[in-house]
Design a protein around this ligand. Sequence first.
Ligand code: ADP
Ligand code: SF4
Length: 685
Amino acid sequence: MARDPRYDLLFTPVRIGPVTAKNRFFQVPHCNGMGHAMPLAHAAMREVKAEGGWAVISTEECEIHPSSDLTPYVEARLWDDRDIPALALMSDKVHAHGALAALELSHNGPTASNLYSREVLIAPSHQPTKYGYPAQARAMDLHDIREYRRWHREAAIRGKRAGMDIIYVYAGHDLSLAMHFLQRRRNQRTDEYGGSLENRVRLLREVLQDTKDAVGDTCGVALRFATEELLGPGGMELNEARDIVGMLAEIPDLWDVNVAAWYNDSLPSRFAAEGAQEPFIDFVKKTTSKPVVGVGRFTSPDTMVSQIKRGVLDLIGAARPSIADPFLPKKIEEGRIDDIRECIGCNICVSGDMTVSPIRCTQNPTMGEEWRKDWHPEKIPVRRSESRVLVVGAGPAGLEAARALGQRGYEVNVAEARKELGGRVTRESRLPGLSEWARVRDWRVSQIGKLQNVSVYQDSQLTAQDVLDFGAEHVVLATGCHWRRDGYGRSNGLGIAGFADSDRIFTPDDIMDGRLPQGRVVIFDDDYFYLGSVIAEALRKHGCEVVYLTADDTIASWSVHTLDYRHIQVRMAELEVDQVVSHNIVGLEGTTLSLEHVWSGKPRTLECDAVVAITARLPDDALYQSLLSRQQEWTDAGIRSARCIGDALAPGLIAHAVYEGHRYARELDADPTGDVVFKRHFHTD
Ligand code: ADP
Ligand code: SF4
């Protein structure tokens, strides 16, 4: 297919100092939980994006010195020359596809940890550390400032030796000394580096100049700059940011601008639409003649073109859209717009970094598996037999299994009990703020629609007899799960007295099926993620009074890993949802919930008309169990294997279901290689 001429603009080159980006697609720095600890996996992940057409591929933030140690987070590292080869792996692979490699140097000062290096943290002035470590950062003296500049300069030179084409100076996300010196709340110095704006900008100006002097002959020098922290006075504010951009306008070769902190930058789709940063960054291009890149979870080529034509951006920055679809630029280039696998803004990718584990993505199950499993986002080995496969259930697990099996060339039949496809994704996407999650279904359904060898039957509830009669060689049971009604969960291993037989108990399934309670409703969240707050929002909109109850010490605690947490708290406050934390339920009698404080044991009661129990789920695996019990009939029916995947095996995130569906498809007819699951770094054999 030919490219739509409307998108030609996206494929024009942009000069960044001495280097040239071949098009406008720029993968901005993003964490990935692999970094310096898993350099082969990291390089392979970046390579796939270069292959997918991104003109620039950046690293994550890169520590420049032991005093900038980010342990336990695993980022890039250039403490000394021994770290060069790991990063060179990446730049070689990126260059092989004609893309530029960019390196985001950073010293996080008081927002580092030094848990590994045990260096004393440094900062513009004495202050507590950001992440609650029980230690303070000490004020840097003028010698320290000179040393910091030297470390940065030397790291830039090492970056150049590692083959990097663009070197970043990082002053974003409240994560970098160059930014900390700008912030009044972090910089209380009275010397030439503190006080007036001119003084607070001094260090950033010097570091930019140092970097240009050190590597600017062959490398572009980029400045990543936060224009707004949304903290009011004391934080970076737009007015001051405008002055700073004015003062430094022509020094960097590229401006990379966004909002700080990370939780305001990588906003989940529940809290921000595509292009939401525009009002905070659109002034930059008017102030500098240098190219500007910015992010906005851009997946629509029309929006991208509009950003450029309206003079907001020169380069389309992306982290999440490049994770969900490393081949996004290629697909636009080849006129395959409806093949783009759009990011859904769930931030499960962020949770990898946050939990110190390799990156993962709900939409792209191959993300993070490029090296260790040899999974490619676009290519998959062709089938190794003529087998027919029956997939039961068209939720994320079943749809992804069917799509990937179809891509391999198998003849696939999908049976779905409901009239609609998508399973939990369809149902959850109707809850407030989650509409973009339907993209998980839509992309797979549209891809399946292009495959002649995959047939989908809706409104087709299968029994074990149906499956036996169908006689496919392989049967995949992706039949999902349901929420428990008896209170069993993390906090109540024996269930909750009065729950199972009360008609006042509602589950998330009831809410998603439109069976909503009335009056004063207690949401008991024993799940700790997004669902409690989403249901609270739905019930407030429905007119209920809502009390959000959890045995945990705060609501939605796991959502800190997806950057939702603060936004959930704010929204709950806006919606006037009452919170009762650190209380478990002892029992329900009529309209009275008996509670107990989890630490003191002190009893208390709560009156309510209904309780929404978000506790635990049970697999809907009756069909699988029934098939297993009739295993002696399989041979006659022609069945060679039956496997349960996704929520029907073990309820989890949508990301787990997609991953398991994909994995099933990859592993069908694979060599029986024993129990080797994936490659690992640092084997000694
Ligand atoms: P997962 O997240 O594992 O993909 P979902 O709950 O999203 O699970 O999807 C499971 C799908 O399976 C649902 O759409 C459900 O209607 C369907 N399903 C369950 N049992 C059967 C069955 N016996 N026959 C056909 N479809 C079924
Ligand atoms: Fe987008 Fe979610 Fe994938 Fe992250 S995990 S890239 S937010 S779809």
